[in-house]
Design a protein around this ligand. Structure first.
Ligand code: NDP
Length: 238
């Protein structure tokens, strides 16, 4: 039985992040999930309070994970994300900044902190949860689409910087997943989205989680700088 890895999933208290954390717990890893409240997450995971818009908070969450399990974080899943949808002409600087700050800069903070331990470990997996919208765009989501596209450049730059150290950085790009984020949409809009998906349905969060789990596995050791869609064909591979 291999030694459990220390895995940290941001926003692992609910939705896609919780399903990702569940997959790593089921695989026998030591899992820390973060949430802003410091509660929630699946059974078997340790919950730590963390706001990804705050560098000190991110650094403290990693320190807590390392202290709890006695090893550096080997797998980080930057999953925490928000939307502030509105048409471009109405989008305020704050609408734009808040989404980029959480979705992109927050992911950068996590990757930067994770890298310290991964270099010592001489291995690591950095996984960014992006969106089909990062590559296809969507009306009303200029802020969200820009933040999610930024994750691709981030992963690819990390790949070039740290590839020789057995650290991979990849992007998983979900399509339309049944979580709080999509449950907030008006029923008509949800139906229109589902109709546009070749698979003809939304996905369960677990369907994203299994792909993230694979990207973090030894079997995926030669995949880096990739964008892996989990979207029922919506983006057609982008
Ligand atoms: P949810 O709205 O269900 O959950 C969002 C998670 O992000 C929560 O755990 C939330 O924590 C956390 N979060 C938000 N802001 C912060 C912050 N500042 N600091 C720390 N944590 C924060 O979303 P989903 O599960 O649907 O989405 C997860 C990821 O997947 C997001 O990045 C999203 O953009 C992406 N995605 C989702 C799709 C979907 O269809 N659902 C499609 C494509 C991508 P808290 O509970 O504290 O608010």
């Amino acid at each position: 039985m291999p030694q459990p890895r220390t895995v940290l999933v941001t926003g692992g208290n609910r939705g896609i992040g919780k399903a990702i954390a569940e997959a790593f717990v089921a695989g026998g890893d030591d899992v820390v999930v973060t949430s802003r409240s410091g509660s929630g997450g699946p059974e078997g995971a340790t919950v730590v309070a963390c706001d990804v818009t705050d560098t000190a908070s991110v650094d403290a969450a990693f320190a807590a994970a390392e202290e709890k399990f006695g090893r550096p974080v080997e797998v980080v899943v930057a999953n925490a994300g928000i939307t502030h949808d509105t048409l471009l002409m109405r989008m305020t600087d704050d609408d734009f900044d808040a989404v980029v700050e959480t979705n992109l800069t927050g992911a950068f903070r996590c990757a930067r902190r994770a890298t310290k331990g991964m270099i010592r470990l001489k291995r690591g997996r950095i996984i960014f949860v992006s969106s089909v919208v990062g590559l296809m765009g969507a009306p009303g989501q200029a802020n969200y689409g820009a933040s999610k596209a930024g994750l691709v450049g981030l992963a690819r730059s990390i790949t070039r910087e740290l590839g020789k150290r057995s650290i991979t950085a990849n992007v998983v790009a979900p399509g339309f997943i049944d979580t709080d984020m999509t449950r907030e949409l008006p029923e008509e809009q949800r139906k229109a989205y589902v109709d546009s998906v070749p698979a003809g349905r939304m996905a369960e969060a677990a369907e994203v989680a299994q792909v993230v789990h694979f990207i973090a596995s030894d079997a995926a050791s030669y995949i880096s700088g990739a964008v892996i869609p989990v979207d029922g064909g919506l983006g057609m591979g982008h």
